[in-house]
Design a protein around this ligand. Structure first.
Ligand SMILES: [Zn+2]
Length: 300
């Protein structure tokens, strides 16, 4: 990878970083070992629940991005840790931008490279780690996977436990589904009820996407150029075609950045966003309604 000049932290980025720290603290307060028996479990659980609520209140109180007229863009990357995660993290560091990673539990130990990337992700500053299931719909067997709510919830819970994820923010594999409080959108209606249950019974906040940076599944290369994707962002905002006005979630995948040449497209795109004074990049916990939904959701 080419080395890029470091840019000084902007005010916005500093705020984002401070939120991330609060988010991390919340994570650290999640219940730990529940193996102990009897009364101590009850005490520990009650203490952890209270601490969790306190931490949530801190998170909510620290509203990171003050109201502004800026349009918010959320970069999200799916299926990591994966080949491509290494370059992605280099870019996020060098460009000093926030991003949200929807991780697959199975991928955290799938190869030495993925294990190494998983270890880096856990301490990488300025990103949020979220749930993209353990098995990725039983390795892309979407139709049978989405037939039974309990096994879908179990798959997400398995990933959450395995990766010790801090907040129940998730993305459904292969489905563009949103569940944030009363916000509901499902791309494939036959899966609606099961995905509803992932919210109502599983307690997950589900994040879909407004725009996908598509990739060629044979060589993992991005379909749109940075210019094309940037034009699509501008168009969706201008035509008010995002799910929430002035907020736009972009889906991309870690494996798109395996090579230095492919990675340059991401650098190019991020720099176009940063150069537009009307836009700001944000973590997904800043998406409208997410914090409120987390507060109303399940106990971690
Ligand atoms: Zn995926």
């Amino acid at each position: 990878m080419k080395n890029y000049l470091m840019r000084p932290h902007s005010g916005v980025t500093r705020v984002i970083t401070s939120v991330f720290i609060v988010f991390s603290l919340w994570a650290c307060n999640a219940p730990g070992n529940t193996d102990a028996g009897g009364q101590s479990v009850a005490v520990d659980t009650a203490t952890a629940a209270a601490t969790h609520q306190d931490s949530l209140k801190q998170l909510l109180a620290a509203d990171t991005l003050p109201p502004s007229n800026k349009k918010r863009v959320y970069l999200t990357f799916d299926d990591g840790p994966n080949l491509g995660t290494r370059n992605l993290l280099t870019i996020l560091h060098d460009e000093n931008v926030p991003a949200t990673m929807f991780l697959i539990g199975l991928h955290t130990g799938a190869s030495p490279e993925q294990k190494l990337m998983w270890s880096k992700l856990q301490t990488f500053p300025g990103i949020e780690l979220c749930n993209h299931s353990f098995s990725h719909a039983w390795r892309n067997k979407f139709t049978p996977f989405y037939q039974h709510a309990d096994s879908v919830i179990a798959d997400f819970n398995h990933a959450e436990t395995l990766m010790a994820l801090k907040a129940p923010i998730a993305r459904t594999p292969g489905r563009n589904a949103w569940r944030i409080d009363s916000v509901t959108r499902t791309d494939l209606l036959k899966n609606k009820k099961v995905i509803d249950t992932l919210q109502s019974k599983g307690g997950y906040v589900l994040i879909g996407w407004d725009l996908e940076w598509a990739f060629n599944h044979r060589n993992n290369q991005a379909v749109q150029t940075a210019d094309q994707l940037y034009a699509e962002v501008n168009h969706l905002f201008a035509e008010n075609k995002t799910l929430t006005p002035n907020n736009l979630v972009i889906l991309a995948h870690d494996q798109m950045w395996r090579t230095a040449d492919d990675s340059l497209r991401l650098v190019d795109f991020i720099r176009k966003l940063k150069a537009n004074p009307d836009y700001e990049l944000a973590l997904i916990s800043n998406y409208p309604g997410v914090r409120r939904a987390l507060l109303n959701g399940k106990q971690m």
